[in-house]
Write a protein that binds this ligand. Structure first.
Ligand SMILES: Cc1cc2nc3c(=O)[nH]c(=O)nc-3n(C[C@H](O)[C@H](O)[C@H](O)COP(=O)(O)OP(=O)(O)OC[C@H]3O[C@@H](n4cnc5c(N)ncnc54)[C@H](O)[C@@H]3O)c2cc1C
Length: 98
């Protein structure tokens, strides 16, 4: 069967997350980003010895077991208690909110 392809416009956290889940669920995926680097408004930059963090000061989903917490861990953005990320899951979180 022909692999389905999904085109994503924008490589912010939403586009990157969607792309990650799509690839893990077998879709051929391409992300189009207008900027020179991915991340959208969730970005940082270095100037001299300083790192300017434009985002995040408050992360939704740090409580273990909540919907967002599962997503962050699946995407490899949060470590577990042993300092490991779990970015191999193929769970479908559609419809979950938290
Ligand atoms: C200063 C600041 C602090 C924040 N703090 C927090 C926080 O503490 N906690 C929290 O949960 N959230 C926070 N947020 C909000 C959070 O960062 C955003 O909600 C989230 O990053 C938005 O992601 P997004 O992918 O939806 O959109 P965006 O990050 O806006 O990404 C959209 C991407 O699409 C690209 N794009 C747009 N049009 C096109 C096009 N036609 N073709 C190709 N590419 C295109 C853009 O260049 C961009 O990279 C903060 C936001 C800001 C600005």
């Amino acid at each position: 069967m022909k692999k389905r392809k999904v085109l994503i416009i924008g490589g912010g956290i939403a586009g990157l997350s969607a792309g990650s889940y799509l690839v893990r669920n077998g879709y051929d995926t391409e992300i189009f980003e207008a900027h020179t680097r991915p991340g959208g408004v969730c970005t940082s930059w270095k100037r001299g010895d300083y790192i300017f963090d434009y985002c995040i000061h408050w992360l939704v989903g740090t409580s273990s077991g909540t919907g967002y917490d599962c997503v962050w861990r699946e995407l490899g953005m949060l470590e577990d208690e042993q300092g490991k990320t779990n970015s191999n899951s193929q769970n479908d979180h559609s419809g979950e909110n938290n």
